[in-house]
Design a protein around this ligand. Structure first.
Ligand code: C3S
Length: 397
């Protein structure tokens, strides 16, 4: 380890100790984490679980020791009765030290206590009292047009129900742009602080994608290892597809932390090339002017990919994939936009490059701030984006 790396490691350890003390003080003063104000007030009647999702502040274990000992369970869409919104909410709950490990323990190579995707996957996809889709009926060898239409409708519904933001609502907020001072405040954050902040935001978005995946007919019928393999390689790609929904091409800004933000806001991450490529991608996807239904089917296509590494039952994934492909072609045909298909397939390659770049950047960051990644990043983020071997090195650090 070079002197520079050692120094930055020491500085990091010191910051951790301070954060830990702060955290303990905070815990002493408040027992339960509070929810952040909703970006989107519910228009749904009270008392009914809705598709409206209010992210709560996720709480993560703050020390190395805690993280290795605690069990973190994920309760997506936990009903919350706060404010006017009787909203389905997403929250991480980290239970006490040394608590029971979660019961989902088959993920090879991982400590089950850290295996959040399994915990997520264990929750039924139709938590919110939605009409369950008859998946069994779908996968007949010769799907009829009714089957395909039902599949389109089902994927569209899943998409709508698992988005934090509605496109129309954000249209009205287009004027809400970060002020120069606010941008400076983000830019003046330390690199590790900003990385942690973005990792948390990204993980929130990924959780919605996980819920979307679970509602794609056929996904839950895949083996659990294959579900996890598809999410590991595809969830970030879908987040980037979804980003285009809430991207303003007029000023190249994305809705982030309650307002629209340009690339400069992410300066302290020190990965300008990655951020620029992500924004360029959003621009290029917006240029296709996809409808919400097209975005939904394209997202499903990105997730259900039989070429992903580590799949156990590729044929089964392929069967689901074929149906999703049929569904996408069906709506493009219906919309008289068949030429989009080829353009969408081109985007798939770009997405793959972006995700490789994300992983590279994460590795680079982890070299300098291993403890931040280890102790302060959301477990789900690590599980999805830090490779098994890297996790091993992290634990034995
Ligand atoms: C390296 C990494 C930690 C930094 C990544 C920086 C950017 C690219 C991330 C940070 C986003 C991508 C801007 C991310 C935070 C957003 C978080 C993400 C895009 C979007 C905009 C969302 C909301 C949250 C993607 C769409 C999400 O909307 S949702 O939930 O309705 O689908």
């Amino acid at each position: 380890m070079s002197k520079r790396q050692r120094d930055s490691l020491f500085a990091e350890v010191e910051r951790h100790q301070q954060q830990q003390q702060q955290q303990q003080r905070l815990q002493a003063s408040q027992a339960e984490p509070e929810s952040v104000p909703a970006y989107r007030p519910s228009k749904e009647p009270r008392g009914r679980p809705t598709h409206l999702i209010q992210p709560l502040v996720p709480t993560f274990p703050y020390t190395l020791d805690q993280e290795l000992n605690c069990s973190s369970e994920v309760h997506p869409y936990q009903g919350s009765a706060t404010g006017e919104a009787q909203a389905a909410a997403l929250t991480y709950r980290s239970s006490q030290r040394g608590g029971e490990s979660s019961s989902f323990s088959t993920l090879k190579g991982f400590d089950p206590r850290r295996s959040t995707p399994e915990a997520i996957l264990s929750i039924p996809g139709n938590e919110m009292g939605l009409r369950a889709f008859d998946t069994e009926g779908l996968f007949c060898p010769y799907p009829t047009s009714t089957h395909i239409e039902e599949l389109c409708a089902s994927i569209f519904r899943s998409h709508r129900e698992t988005n934090q933001y509605r496109v129309e609502e954000l249209q009205a907020l287009r004027w809400k742009i970060f002020s120069r001072e606010e941008v400076h405040a983000y830019q003046n954050k330390s690199m590790d602080e900003m990385w942690q902040h973005c990792a948390v935001r990204l993980t929130d978005a990924v959780q919605y994608v996980v819920e979307f995946a679970k509602r794609i007919p056929g996904f839950r019928q895949l083996g659990q290892n294959d579900q996890i393999a598809l999410l590991k390689s595809g969830s970030m790609e879908v987040v980037l597809v979804r980003m285009s929904r809430i991207f303003n091409t007029e000023n190249s800004t994305v809705f982030f932390d309650g307002k629209f933000a340009g690339t400069e806001l992410f300066k302290s991450l020190a990965c300008g090339d990655f951020i620029a490529s992500v924004f360029d991608f959003a621009h290029s996807l917006c240029a296709l002017r996809l409808t919400e239904q097209q975005v939904a089917l394209f997202s499903a296509l990105v997730l259900i990919n039989a070429d992903r590494p580590c799949l156990e039952d590729r044929d089964r994934v392929l069967r689901v994939r074929k149906d999703v492909e049929l569904a996408l072609s069906h709506i493009l045909h219906r919309d008289n936009q068949e030429s989009l298909l080829h353009k969408l397939y081109q985007k798939v390659a770009l997405l793959k490059n972006l995700c490789t770049l994300h992983i590279e950047k994460l590795r680079w960051f982890r070299q300098y701030y291993p403890l931040t990644v280890h102790s302060l990043f959301p477990p789900l983020y690590k599980e999805l984006f830090v490779s098994d071997t890297d996790i091993h090195t992290m634990v034995t650090l």
